[in-house]
Design a binder for this molecule. Structure first.
Ligand code: CUA
Length: 160
């Protein structure tokens, strides 16, 4: 290989490497940021027929269930433009497992001051567990645009 040709390859490599490295670096940055702000990819805990929620446990009885002292399970349904149940009460220091699904379109569930931040997809059960130590009112918000009433789609979790 002549020196000229070598220089040519070296020159091309100098341009190709950054064009590969930059997208890779961006991807890594996005992934790290997602973890840093506590976005959890929900466990897909199962599948459910969105048209049969009223006869499919646990969604046939949406609400809060106390499994043991300090352990709760919440079966929650999202639909335009509300969460059922719209109000959840648990005792401070409890661990709460949410099982959620949607009756219609894709919604999102974000609970303020908690790591709960998941997509709720029709046909799919999203499961997430979080511990609530501090008493107070936590806002439950839909964070996935779902239609004209998206901005009013909210609920609350009260830690007593
Ligand atoms: Cu439901 Cu936005």
């Amino acid at each position: 290989m002549g020196n000229n040709k070598f220089m040519h390859y070296a020159f091309e490599l100098a341009w190709i490497l950054p064009s590969v490295a930059v997208p890779v670096a961006i991807l890594v940055a996005i992934t790290l940021t997602a973890f840093a702000v506590g976005i959890r990819v929900p466990d897909v805990a199962g599948r459910v027929d969105p048209k049969a929620l009223s006869r499919t446990p646990p969604f046939d009885q949406p609400g809060v269930k106390e499994l043991a002292p300090g352990r709760y399970e919440v079966a929650m349904i999202a639909q335009v433009f509300a969460f059922t149940p719209g109000e959840i009460r648990v005792k401070a220091g409890s661990e709460v497992t949410f099982e959620m699904t949607s009756r219609d379109v894709i919604h999102g569930v974000k609970i303020s001051n908690s790591p709960v931040n998941v997509m709720v997809v029709p046909g799919q059960i999203s499961r997430v567990t979080a511990k609530f130590d501090k008493p107070g009112e936590y806002l439950i918000l839909c964070h996935e645009y779902c239609g004209s009433g998206h901005h009013v789609m909210a609920g609350r979790l009260i830690v007593e």
